[in-house]
Ligand binder design. Structure first.
Ligand code: SF4
Length: 919
């Protein structure tokens, strides 16, 4: 039995505020009283930033239960709500909001009790961390430190505890082989398991997918397959079966690429069926992300040794606890709880990753334990590498240049290939990009602190042994002084730019404000790079000269370094060689970037290149500028995709539940780059086995006036009430989302229907989805990321409401593609794909059911073929739609309206174990 804790607890929702005191009393209080209490005594809270938002008191701090959880159980999953915490701790969940306040005290006591438990799994490092956090005045530190016994022997320091990665010999080429259909069928049967129903569509899909692993017949002609497999076919196991079989038999690697983190996590889990033994799985399946996702141990060490102050220093301690127990050191979407960095209002979290290419490679004392290096090496020897589209495209492009192309790839969520290629092959010459380059070359300047070092510090040994190299470094540092420096945005605002590139950006800014329409007040502004003013044209030439002046010394330095690697002088030991190889790769990337910028500037005032779309932009959030510059995108980004990723490959599967987006196959060929290959690309199609006509309906509300915000809010509130929560609300504009949320959140909360929202709640999107999935009475409002990436099977999602037809934003890029793609037919294609995606959130399993509501009378009938054939589509009034949704809700099993947070879903991770019903 735990000792009662001496603190009060505060629980605040949109529906009210409750205080529990140590004597067991609970009362509902007003904001003033809660704020006064929190100001005078430490109080136990669950998620201080969220509680602060509910109280309207930004300064709120206290004893945050989530911080305590992160200390006691680093790298463990918990849904950050009272019910989620209860489940993670094996406690009875609170029955309602009032009961949640005393529950917080019980949960705190339970967590503190674990510190004295002999079986506490994460004990190692706890005592040392508690001492450090005591010195940092972490609010929990005294209570924690007094409960952890001092270890008899000094605890291992994180950096000695982590394992070292091993260098391995390069893998030989995979053996050419052809998988027989029977072999593929057997592999699939093993993965699906004996209890599962045989699915003909899945078997045929797997056999078709196996053909991409056949030996390639001609260079530049990959075995490519476009495969649309409707939701419920079991697509992921359908391709994992032949991919894993081929990898094992041929001794090769298959890269499996997704667009969303949700699918990446699902794939990672599904591979446990292929490799049930964890050690075997860890060796043969690697999740690979961009290096900016991983914890940099050197940055962490700096932060722990005084580089971070105040709250950021406490975050660093909690991250260090996590790093010792993390599976792979992935801070974004891995096993670091997404809510942890938001508790610290993101203070310091980005400085713990290697975001700016400041890695010193073998010059780093933690190089042999580095999470990033380990993941990159593990991928070389793995059977399956799970990655995202952007990273696969970047690596494929790089590897092609090195003569080692990525040979076999599966692009799942293939309907996003176009968008991923669009951003990957784009160029942005902006203030933020150029200042990053300056910092990479020059290092910290003025008052800036931190470990970041410039080229001369990183290559100090080269500079001391190689005079030519030293001269090139000096010349690069001097040329970089022409790039924007700290304070550039302020100087542009005051009309006082410094140097040729800042002057260019100032001219860009003037042009944008002169020409852009301010319809989207407070957000991004842009204008086409056409008929430009002489002032901008005049500013482009000196900026281009400044960039060219930088290209030369960087290229010279790269040549010197390559020469050193070839000559191998005496002083070039293993670590120095690895560091120089890293520098060569960095210089090569920056050289390409500079070349792209110079080409973009050459276009200013010159002839239009029909392959590209160029524009000028001022990026803003709520009226605050954060970047300014020029942008260039390919009109058709699948052209570089085909040249650099598809043609060098041996086998490529592009698959999705909505690959065609409601169009014909020609649309899929155009959007995947298949159209640019010198061969016909085979197609496979398997319709979804779900009975959409019986399990879903589309309701188009006809009596809501466009622009009527009050009416829009009311419509959302009534529909959510009718559904008893379980609603995903999708918006195309953040302002409308915020306005609707502000109008209805309190009212719904008072009825026991919590409403969460992207861009409103200080919670990351992944955690918002976890909370939504975990509570079938919760609803979630959001924008594009939720339309595409939410996978919530079961009753937690039973209603999708879209505020209107998701027309594309009228950007410069969109206008150019619209003109090239058949005008309104292009718009229709975009809308169909978005409607299909949004509808796809609704029915994830054969037994799901729900309604899809479009709050726009002006929905053209020609777009309705975006929905699966047979789904009834009704145009009706809001009253009728509400009645439909209420009837649907009443017929749903076990949906007790009026109860608080019933925990209908069990288990910690609510995502499906299998691929049944998921894309
Ligand atoms: S090798 Fe680079 S990324 Fe890894 S810990 Fe060291 S500095 Fe950080």
């Amino acid at each position: 039995m735990s000792t009662p804790l001496p603190w009060p607890a505060i629980h605040a929702t949109h529906g009210g505020i409750w205080i529990a005191t140590p004597d067991g009393a609970v009362r509902s209080v007003g904001r003033g009283e809660a704020i006064a209490l929190a100001a005078e005594t430490p109080a136990v809270l669950l998620n201080a930033p969220v509680t602060a938002t509910r109280l309207g008191y930004g300064e709120l701090s206290g004893l945050d239960l989530l911080e305590l959880f992160a200390f006691v159980h680093p790298a463990r999953f918990v849904v950050p709500t009272p019910a989620g915490m209860a489940r993670a701790l094996g406690l009875e969940p609170p029955a309602d909001d009032a009961a949640a306040a005393p529950f917080l005290l019980r949960a705190a006591a339970a967590l503190l009790d674990r510190l004295g438990d002999a079986g506490w799994a994460e004990r190692e490092g706890g005592w040392t961390a508690a001492q450090a956090m005591f010195r940092l005045r972490w609010p929990w530190a005294a209570a924690v430190a007094e409960r952890i016994d001092r270890p008899e022997r000094a605890e291992r320091w994180l950096f000695s505890k982590l394992p070292e990665w091993e260098e391995a010999a390069p893998r030989p080429q995979p053996r050419p082989l052809v998988l027989a259909d029977a072999e593929t069928d057997d592999a699939l049967a093993r993965l699906v398991g004996s209890g599962a129903e045989p699915r003909e569509g899945q078997r045929l899909y797997a056999e078709a997918a196996a053909r991409v692993f056949d030996p390639r017949r001609a260079e530049g002609r990959p075995n490519m397959l476009l495969a649309e497999a409707g939701t419920g076919i079991g697509k992921t196991l359908g391709y994992l079966a032949p991919a894993s079989l081929w990898a094992a038999e041929a001794g090769g690697t298959v890269w499996v690429s997704t667009y969303t983190k949700a699918l990446q996590r699902q794939l990672d889990r599904e591979t446990a069926r292929i490799f049930p033994h964890p050690a075997d799985r860890a060796r043969r399946v690697v999740v690979r992300k961009g290096r900016e996702n991983y914890l940099c141990l050197l940055n962490l060490e700096d932060a722990l040794q005084g580089g971070f102050q105040g709250r950021a220093a406490i975050l660093a301690q909690l991250v260090a606890r996590w790093a010792a127990y993390s599976r792979d050191g992935d801070m974004v979407g891995g096993d670091l709880p997404g809510w942890l960095v938001t508790l610290f209002r993101r203070a310091g979290s980005t400085a713990l990753t290697d975001r700016r290419g400041e890695c010193v490679y073998a010059g780093c004392p933690h190089y042999r334990k580095c999470f990033i290096e380990r993941s990159a090496r593990a991928a070389e020897g793995a059977d399956l590498v799970i990655a995202n589209h952007a990273l696969v495209m970047i690596l494929a492009t790089r590897r092609r240049e090195e003569g080692l192309p990525l040979a076999r790839m599966v692009f799942d969520e293939g309907h996003h290939l176009f968008d991923a290629a669009d951003s990957t092959f784009a160029t942005a010459l902006t203030g933020q990009e150029t200042i990053e380059l300056r910092r990479w070359i020059v290092g910290p300047e003025g008052k800036s602190r931190g470990r970041r070092r410039g080229l001369s510090a990183r290559l100090s040994d080269v500079a001391s042994y190689d005079e030519e190299g030293a001269l090139a470094i000096d010349a690069a540092v001097e040329a970089a002084s022409a790039l924007p420096a700290d304070g550039w945005l302020g100087r542009l605002g005051e009309g006082l730019p410094l140097g040729p590139v800042e002057r260019l950006l100032a001219a860009v800014r003037d042009t944008v404000y002169a020409r852009a329409s301010a319809a989207d007040a407070g957000y991004g502004l842009e204008t086409e790079a056409a008929e430009l003013d002489p002032a901008l044209i005049d500013a482009a030439a000196p900026a281009a000269r400044a960039l060219e002046a930088l290209v030369r010394p960087l290229a010279r330095l790269r040549q010197r370094l390559e020469g050193l690697l070839e000559d191998g002088p005496d002083w070039l030991d293993g670590p120095a060689r690895a560091r120089i190889e890293g520098a060569v790769a960095g210089l090569s990337n920056r050289g390409q970037l500079l070349a792209a910028w110079v080409a973009l500037l050459a276009r200013i005032g010159g002839p239009v290149d029909p392959d590209y779309v160029d524009w000028l932009a001022v990026d803003r959030i709520e009226g605050r500028e954060f970047d300014i510059g020029l942008h260039r995108h390919w009109l058709d980004p699948t052209r570089p995709l085909a040249e650099t990723v598809l043609k060098p490959a041996h086998g490529v599967l592009v698959t999705s539940a909505t690959l065609r987006g409601g169009e014909d196959w020609a649309a899929a060929e155009a959007r995947t780059g298949a159209v640019h290959l010198d061969q016909a690309v085979p197609r496979f199609e398997a319709p979804s086995p779900f009975d959409y006509a019986a399990r879903a309906e589309v309701l188009i509300v006809t009596d809501l006036k466009r622009g009527d915000l009050a009416g829009l809010g009311l419509a959302y509130a009534r529909l959510i009430q009718a559904a008893g929560g379980g609603t995903l609300g999708l918006f195309t504009a953040i302002q409308r989302l915020k306005a609707v949320h502000a109008r209805i959140a309190d009212r719904l909360a008072r009825e026991g229907l919590p409403l969460y929202a992207q861009h409103v709640d200080p919670i990351d999107t992944g955690t918002l989805v976890d909370i939504f999935r975990d509570d079938r009475r919760a609803s979630l409002l959001g924008t594009d990321a939720l339309r595409d990436g939410v996978d919530v099977p079961g009753a937690s999602l039973r209603l999708v409401v879209m505020e209107g037809v998701p027309w594309p934003r009228p950007t410069v890029l969109h206008a150019a593609r619209r003109a090239a793609g058949g005008g309104s037919a292009h718009d229709d294609r975009v809308v169909r794909a978005r409607l299909a995606q949004a509808f796809g959130r609704l029915i994830r399993r054969a037994d799901d059911r729900g309604a899809f509501v479009l709050l726009s009378a002006a929905t053209p009938s020609r777009l309705l073929d975006a929905f699966p054939a047979g789904v009834p589509v009704r145009r009706l009034t809001l009253d009728e739609a509400v009645a439909h949704v209420a009837a649907l809700n009443a017929s749903a099993p076990a949906n007790p309206v009026g109860a608080f947070s019933p925990q209908q879903v069990s288990g910690i991770s609510m995502e499906p174990e299998g691929d049944v019903g998921t894309e």
